[in-house]
Design a protein around this ligand. Structure first.
Ligand SMILES: NC(=O)c1ccc[n+]([C@@H]2O[C@H](COP(=O)([O-])OP(=O)(O)OC[C@H]3O[C@@H](n4cnc5c(N)ncnc54)[C@H](OP(=O)(O)O)[C@@H]3O)[C@@H](O)[C@H]2O)c1
Length: 257
């Protein structure tokens, strides 16, 4: 047999930002692959909605309201999850936000909020879950949702871009340090997907036209199209892949003109 398993039966997975958009799609897709999912975000009602889909699949969904910018919140949530499951196989760092100010207008408050939500949370979650994976001797997978904005200069705003670039580099260093524990650390860099974060932008025909003109596949992504690469990285099929960023971008990041 050469075909490894893409299944995640019995695996225990944490998804941050699981209340809507990409996080919800990934949580449901990973449950379809057989995993039980701990759902983290600040809004309990959103998590309850995501949990319905997962329970319908016959998988377990833990609703764990958490502000991932706060170390104490993270620790409390992980205590709860490990108390229930005893281990964590996969962490998906997906929670994120943006404020699209021009560089000359960025305030200190905006800088801090975007840095904390996108970058510091990814580090703190990875660090705390990394400790658990090491202590429980679990061959773990950590996957962070960065962005094409972390490698190509876009008009998404300088702070957002800086956080996403840093996530890509953090992925490489964590992969290097934690390879000895059999923890694989990777990242996924999406281009445009329709979610509550982007729907207003994508509803503007002029903006959409501009986006599509630099996208070889000439369309925005479908949320399901992020699930395949995530399941690949989370499963046995991705066991020898670490430190990488897979751009799921319709070819946007490789296009010249
Ligand atoms: N959509 C795209 O086209 C696109 C492209 C490239 C990269 N991305 C990245 O993909 C990720 C998801 O984006 P999305 O479009 O799905 O965004 P979204 O629809 O706005 O969802 C963001 C999720 O993150 C959660 N979140 C935000 N701050 C949080 C905090 N402090 N603690 C816990 N959870 C928090 C939100 O829940 P609460 O507000 O209830 O906490 C929500 O569930 C982000 O990292 C984004 O940068 C998206």
């Amino acid at each position: 047999m050469y075909l490894p398993s893409f299944r995640l039966d019995g695996q225990k997975v944490i998804v941050t930002g699981a209340g809507r958009g990409i996080g919800r799609a990934l949580a449901i897709g990973l449950a379809e692959a057989g995993a039980d999912i701990a759902l983290l975000s600040r809004t309990k009602e959103d998590l309850e909605e995501t949990a319905k889909y997962i329970k319908d699949l016959g998988r377990e969904a833990l609703i764990v309201p958490t502000d991932v910018t706060k170390r104490e919140d993270i620790k409390e949530s992980l205590n709860h999850i490990v108390g229930k499951w005893g281990k964590v196989n996969v962490l998906i760092n997906n929670a994120g936000m943006n404020i699209r100010s021009k560089a000359l207008d960025v305030t200190d408050e905006e800088w801090q909020k975007i840095m904390d939500t996108n970058l510091k949370s990814t580090f703190m979650m990875s660090q705390e879950v990394g400790k658990i994976m090491k202590e429980t001797n679990t061959d773990g997978k950590i996957i962070s949702i960065s962005s094409v904005a972390g490698t190509v200069a876009l008009r998404t705003g300088v702070v957002y871009a800086a956080t996403k670039a840093a996530m890509i580099q953090m992925t490489k260093v964590l992969a290097m340090e934690w390879g000895q524990y059999n923890i694989c650390v990777n990242s996924i860099g999406p281009w445009y997907f329709k979610t509550p974060l982007t729907e207003k932008l994508l509803a503007d025909p002029e903006y959409l036209h501009e986006i599509l003109s630099v996208t070889p596949l000439n369309r925005v992504g479908e949320l399901q199209e992020l699930v395949g690469p995530t399941v690949f990285l989370a499963s046995e099929a991705g066991n020898y892949v670490t430190g990488q960023t897979i751009f799921v971008d319709g070819g946007m990041s490789i296009k010249g003109f």
